[in-house]
Write a protein that binds this ligand. Structure first.
Ligand SMILES: [Zn+2]
Length: 261
């Protein structure tokens, strides 16, 4: 049973030991993540299905991490203190792989240390869930339609599993919103972010799927594929999108969206 679903950003700067005084600039994002954390806690999940755009890339293959212990740190960002550890729900990951095999290319990986796209959401959303199991998924270099299809396959496995499953899709919107954005400026970045937010909240999945590829490329985003997998999982449910916050103080679009299921 799907009991919770959200789309969240992954700025390492919201990890207190990393962001320090910069944290204040992302106050709304932190606040809404804390709100989501309470909702997730109250939904009593058995397992979190975590979709990140920054797992190891295997080209055209979707990935499922089968390392028994999944660990998080932010050493790459100068934080030597923060550490998290989760047990992997190996059986469920394997079931997904088995159910994909004929239709979608998928590969099992074994990464002990999770990427920051996984780590930041886990830091905010999963720290008060002792014993929670995590399944870590990665996207493929395939079109958005394949990602929607992958989500549909996952939904069937969730229904078969009998478990209470929370879905967390991690991703940032455009990285080119300001003149001083780390990835450079694109005049169409704002248009991209606003269109994505509008289409999500109007539940126009078809229009998201057929987004102008030039605009997507121009935007320099990392959120659309994880979002498509999430939407593939929940699209048959009577879900209600709720935009909790959107901030871009450093020229990267950070959307926190709850999909009430
Ligand atoms: Zn990213």
């Amino acid at each position: 049973m799907i009991i919770f679903a959200c789309f969240v950003p992954h700025p390492p700067l919201i990890i207190p030991e990393v962001g320090k005084e910069n944290l204040a600039k992302l106050e709304d994002t932190v606040k809404t993540l804390n709100h989501l954390e309470r909702e997730l806690y109250a939904s009593k999940p058995d397992m979190i299905l975590l979709i990140s755009p920054h797992t190891s890339n295997y080209g055209n293959f979707f990935t499922i991490n089968q390392q028994p212990k999944l660990r998080v740190n932010f050493k790459d960002f100068g934080d030597l203190v923060t550490k998290l550890e989760f047990d992997n729900e190996l059986g469920f990951g394997y079931q997904i792989k088995e159910s994909c095999e004929d239709n979608l290319p998928i590969i099992l990986t074994a990464d002990e240390w999770l990427d920051y796209g996984s780590g930041v959401p886990l830091f905010y959303l999963a720290q008060h869930l002792p014993g929670i199991k995590v399944v870590s998924l990665g996207h493929a270099d395939l079109p958005l339609t394949s990602h929607l299809k992958f989500g549909e396959v996952i939904r069937k496995q969730i229904n078969l599993s009998g478990k209470r499953v929370a879905i967390i899709a991690s991703g940032d919107l455009s990285h080119k919103l300001h003149e001083d954005s780390p990835a450079g400026f694109s005049p169409r970045a704002q248009e991209f972010d606003q269109s994505v937010i509008k289409l999500i909240n109007e539940k126009k999945i078809d229009e998201l799927l057929h987004f102008d590829p030039e605009l997507v490329k121009d935007a320099g985003e990392c959120g659309l594929k994880p979002l498509m997998i999430l939407l593939g999982i929940i699209k048959e449910l009577n879900y209600e999108p709720e935009k909790l916050s959107y901030q871009a103080p450093f020229g990267i679009g950070y959307l926190v969206e709850n999909f009430k299921v």
